[in-house]
Ligand binder design. Structure first.
Ligand code: B12
Length: 459
């Protein structure tokens, strides 16, 4: 009997690019591009294509040029992720310009948070061949099938592209993404992203375990998920984290989910599983005050389990110390007293709280701003002393407060390039004075090294 020797065939290639984000100058941390890992997973599972990722936060323009030389010939598309602000859009356009100067440049598709709120303006840009609105794991596999000649553009969820002088639209791409799975870590050099996080552990990695949020905060981009929430189940999440810990010798995980605790039961299971497996990991995550209140109503010891499982830090948006602002402007569904009570409870469990506030809402009075600073003072007296961060209200497109800001005289950028420099660490609104900016900065206190407080790091 003879056996046929099968030579490995090289599949068509999808290039996924995460352009550089110009974060605050003294910002120490590195993020893995979870957007791209999330999209890559179903593409690899489908078996039709190979995927490579270029992370502009780790590599520069000369590396991008070499990367294109190495991969462009086999590529069927370049997917680019963009969020509003942080100059990411500018870096994205420069990268695409470089690619389009070459003979073999395939179609360039843009996606990500900025596309999800300003799709049409992005799709009309001359360097953009098409955009995909919504979760990319729903839309990239069908697009790849189109590019391989198996389907038509009209079938691709969330698609928007110029054709014969008008915009062609695909069907709606639903915001619910289903269970998220384990990430294809081999596409990144994971070791590059480990960092010493003074509030968590010396070898900390970031992680995103869910998408979407169920709350109604009127300034927040997460509303584009239409209050739909998708999350990895607790067991699978701990499996993935355990594998990471074993492979890269990490001892900390920092979750960047919009709200890690939307599903309180999942959160408690995660804590229990983490303790049962004795992984020795410290962790941190974002929480909404209502999660704590809901757990109390359900007689669940959420904060106890969080503390016992070595959670070192909880980040919570309180936004304002004025009940009218919380109720009528933000729709936070919590009162000032409840927020203070939850913060006290977090401190009583020995967990470092990091509380973020926003000043400069459209229609906010001076007295209401004073109430916010009074609450910051009160919270700062808790032990362990919490971190606090005061943001300036920035009208982000796609949110209800963006429309309110327009009524109060805010003039938004009107080009894709214009949105590159939009940055909520600077004042964006005509009613925000220099003194307001300075006071916000002075009330931002974040731990950068154990035992020290400092201004100017991100949450
Ligand atoms: C980590 C993070 C960062 C990191 C870096 C990002 C990185 N390397 O991943 C840092 C800290 C640098 C950062 C900075 C900023 N960030 Co940020 N950040 C996040 C965070 C917490 C997680 C991002 C993430 O990985 N999400 C998980 C993945 C799975 O979701 P995703 O990115 O949305 O991707 C999905 C879809 O958007 C889509 N998609 C994404 N890319 C692509 C590409 C293609 C081709 C396709 C088809 C689809 C697609 O499919 C993905 C899978 O479903 C999000 C909030 C959140 N939890 O999502 C905010 C968020 C993305 N940030 C936001 C903002 C605004 C900023 C700033 C620009 C704020 C500012 N200052 O103005 C700053 C940078 C500027 C500055 N001067 O500092 C907003 C974006 C809103 C918007 N309209 O764009 C978010 C949504 C927070 C919020 N709720 O407001 N950020």
């Amino acid at each position: 009997m003879t056996t046929l020797l099968r030579l490995p065939t090289r599949r068509p290639l999808v290039i996924l690019a995460y352009p550089r984000v110009e974060h605050e100058k003294d910002y120490l941390y590195h993020w893995m591009p979870f957007s791209l890992l999330t999209i890559a997973k179903p593409l690899l599972d489908g078996g039709l294509v190979d995927v490579v990722i270029f992370d502009g936060n780790q590599r520069g323009p000369a590396d991008w040029a070499r990367f294109l030389d190495d991969h462009l010939e086999r590529a069927i598309c370049i997917g680019v992720s963009i969020m509003t602000g942080g100059a990411q859009i500018r870096h994205a356009l420069a990268m695409v310009g470089e690619a389009k100067r070459r003979v073999h440049c395939p179609p360039v598709v843009f996606g990500g948070p900025h596309v999800n709120v300003l799709a049409e303006q992005t799709a009309r840009h001359e360097l953009v061949d098409m955009v995909l609105v919504g979760p990319g794991q729903n839309s990239m596999p069908p697009l790849v099938e189109v590019l391989l000649g198996r389907r038509t553009y009209e079938d691709v969820p969330g698609l928007m592209m110029r054709r014969d002088g008008r915009l062609l639209h695909g069907p709606v791409n639903p915001p619910k993404t289903g269970n998220m799975g384990r990430y294809p870590w081999h596409l990144l050099n994971v070791a590059e992203y480990i960092r010493d996080d003074p509030t968590i552990a010396p070898r900390t990695l970031n992680y995103v375990s869910s998408q979407g949020c169920v709350y109604k905060c009127q300034f927040c981009y997460e509303l584009t998920y239409q209050r739909k929430y998708s999350a990895m189940e607790a067991g699978g999440l701990v499996d993935d984290v355990a594998d990471l810990a074993a492979a890269y010798d990490i001892n900390g995980i920092k979750f960047y989910d919009a709200d890690f605790f939307v599903n309180v039961r999942r959160a408690v299971e995660f804590c229990d599983e983490l303790m049962a497996r004795k992984l020795g990991l410290a962790w941190a995550a974002s929480i909404n005050p209502n999660d704590v209140l809901r757990a109390r109503r359900q007689k669940m010891d959420l904060l106890g389990r969080i503390a016992d499982s070595r959670c070192r830090r909880l980040l919570m948006g309180i936004e304002s110390g004025a009940d009218r602002v919380l109720r009528d402007i933000v729709r936070k569904e919590i009162t000032r007293d409840e927020a203070y009570d939850v913060a006290s409870d977090i401190a009583a469990h020995g967990i470092l709280g990091c509380y973020t506030f926003i000043v400069g809402f459209p229609g906010e009075t001076d007295d209401e701003v004073e109430q916010t600073y009074a609450l910051i003072d009160a919270i700062s007296r808790l032990e362990p002393r919490p971190e606090t961060r005061v943001h300036l209200f920035g009208p982000f497109p796609g949110t209800p407060l963006f429309d309110d800001a327009l009524r109060y005289g805010f003039e938004p950028p009107d080009t894709l390039e214009g949105w590159a420099d939009f940055d909520y660490y600077d004042s964006q609104t005509p009613w925000t004075s220099k003194e307001t900016v300075a006071r916000a900065q002075a009330n931002t206190r974040l731990v950068k090294r154990p035992g020290l407080s400092a201004v100017g790091s991100n949450a």
